[in-house]
Design a protein around this ligand. Structure first.
Ligand SMILES: O=C(O)CCC(=O)C(=O)O
Ligand SMILES: [Fe+2]
Length: 211
């Protein structure tokens, strides 16, 4: 469901009909945006960068928030069926909410799929490709997937935070650091590329933004 900018969100979607509570979602989105903006500043500081380097790339009126509701029904053959295929999020940051603690989200680390530890009643924040590009690789978007389970259904809500579609994101540069591997990229161009080649079997979409 497209939420921000508001001008694009007037269309009634199937999610409106199913969840019938747009106001609650909009309130959630407003509050989430504050948390995300704080996080962008704190993440920059944690990398010894100027506090504003990431957040300045998000226009207050034009930056985009999209919400996806994921439903994973119980599955008789979890060994043969994934809930969500392996991917990175194209966003800058994603906030994930799940409605029970049944698990299912996994992240690839050292070539192994590991269950993500997700304490009850907590939100999970995921770094997406656009923040990897903006941070010039100092932050990495994880390759993740969701597995199904035989007797358990699961809901999650993913909130994706992106700079405006026409914005050109600019990777931070620091001549004393190695690994300056990304170039400027227009958000809309990146998204178009990302969805054109997705799904993939490894993290290839982001090569589009390599210098
Ligand atoms: O369901 C989850 O926990 C993860 C969802 C996710 O990765 C996504 O929607 O991009
Ligand atoms: Fe994801």
């Amino acid at each position: 469901m497209h939420i921000c900018p508001l001008i694009l969100s007037q269309v009634t979607t199937i999610s409106d009909i199913i969840y019938n509570d747009r106001q609650a979602i909009e309130l959630y989105v407003r509050e989430a945006r504050k948390v995300l903006d704080d996080l962008l500043e704190v993440l920059a500081e944690s990398l010894s960068l100027e506090r504003h380097v990431f957040i300045q790339q998000f226009d207050t009126n034009e930056s985009e928030i999209n919400v996806r509701v994921n439903y994973y029904p119980p599955c008789p053959r979890p060994d043969q069926t994934l809930g969500l295929t392996p991917h990175t999020d194209a966003s800058a940051l994603t906030i994930l909410m799940e409605f029970d603690t049944s698990g299912g989200l996994q992240v690839l680390k050292d070539q192994k799929w590991l269950p993500v530890k997700w304490p009850r009643d907590t939100l999970l924040v995921n770094v997406g490709d656009m923040l990897e590009i903006m941070s010039n690789g100092r932050l990495q978007s994880p390759w993740h997937r969701v597995v199904t389970q035989m007797d358990v259904e699961r809901f999650s809500v993913a909130l994706f935070y992106n700079p405006a579609s026409l914005a050109e994101i600019v990777p931070v540069r620091n001549t004393t650091m190695k690994n300056e591997s990304y170039k400027n990229v227009v958000v809309g161009d990146y998204l178009q590329h990302f969805y054109k080649i997705s799904p993939t079997t490894e993290k290839v979409a982001i090569k589009f933004a390599k210098a």
